[in-house]
Design a protein around this ligand. Structure first.
Ligand code: ADE
Length: 234
């Protein structure tokens, strides 16, 4: 029996889904509210984890341990790292890595977490394809599949953006995806990250973000809803 854990960092990123869930029950754990219910016929647990990698990882682990989810999805907004990805466009993760993790002095590749056998945690192929198809129905011709670069930084400076592109080759940057990916990897759970672009992660980000965060977050929630439907039927 499939059960999808859905993680968004902010209220804006989960409120659309909470509004359409059926048979909803709520319970607080570690300061976050976990909503169990049905979305598009699929059993789901939705949580607003809060911003950043630690919040994301701990909520993902709670979804594994306390709710027995079989799949994980991270939905939300991101800054674009790619000239072809404009505000409102969508990214489906091929994989995810940290842009702020560096044990280089001990001989580790940039981004590599000691003890992990990969720098970038791979998303599940079936979920990638289902998410891509769902994204294409919501915003045709505006979805890319690629790497998500995560770190505990809101990126709003061209120089930092360029550095992140150089070390990760990511398509977009945000603050939770790779932590959820690592948690999924360690728990051997299929996952995918779904992000809508809210800004260009450069000097324009501070202006664009407030203007577009709502539109982008809502778009991403629409895709997550379609993904839940597709996953139920898969
Ligand atoms: N989420 C949305 N935009 C972002 C940015 N520019 N940096 C980090 N996280 C983001």
């Amino acid at each position: 029996m499939k059960k999808l854990g859905i993680i968004g960092a902010m209220q804006l990123e989960v409120e659309t889904l909470l509004g359409v869930m059926e048979n909803k029950t709520a319970r607080e754990r570690a300061g976050s509210t976990f909503y169990e219910g049905i979305l598009e016929g699929l059993p789901v647990v939705v949580v607003q984890c809060g911003v950043g990698k630690v919040n994301a990882a701990l909520c993902a682990q709670i979804l594994c341990d306390c709710y027995g989810v079989t799949h994980l999805v991270n939905t939300g907004i991101a800054g674009s790292l790619c000239a072809d990805l404009d505000i409102g466009d969508l990214v489906v993760s091929r994989d995810a890595m940290y842009h702020d993790f560096d044990c280089g002095p001990f001989g580790y590749e940039y981004g590599k977490v000691p003890g992990m056998d990969t720098v970038a945690f791979p998303a599940n192929e079936t979920m990638i394809q289902l998410a891509f198809q769902a994204a294409e129905t919501v915003n045709p011709g505006h979805t890319k599949i690629g790497r998500v670069a995560s770190g505990d930084q809101f990126v709003a400076e061209k120089a930092l953006k360029e550095k992140i592109i150089a070390v990760t080759q990511g398509l977009c940057t945000e603050m939770e995806g790779a932590a959820i990916a690592q948690t999924a990897y360690r728990n051997k759970l299929p996952f995918v990250i779904l992000r809508a672009i809210s800004d260009k992660a450069d000097d324009s980000a501070e202006m664009d973000y407030p203007a577009f965060e709502r539109i982008a977050a809502h778009r991403c929630a629409q895709v997550t809803r379609s993904l839940a439907k597709a996953l139920k039927e898969a």
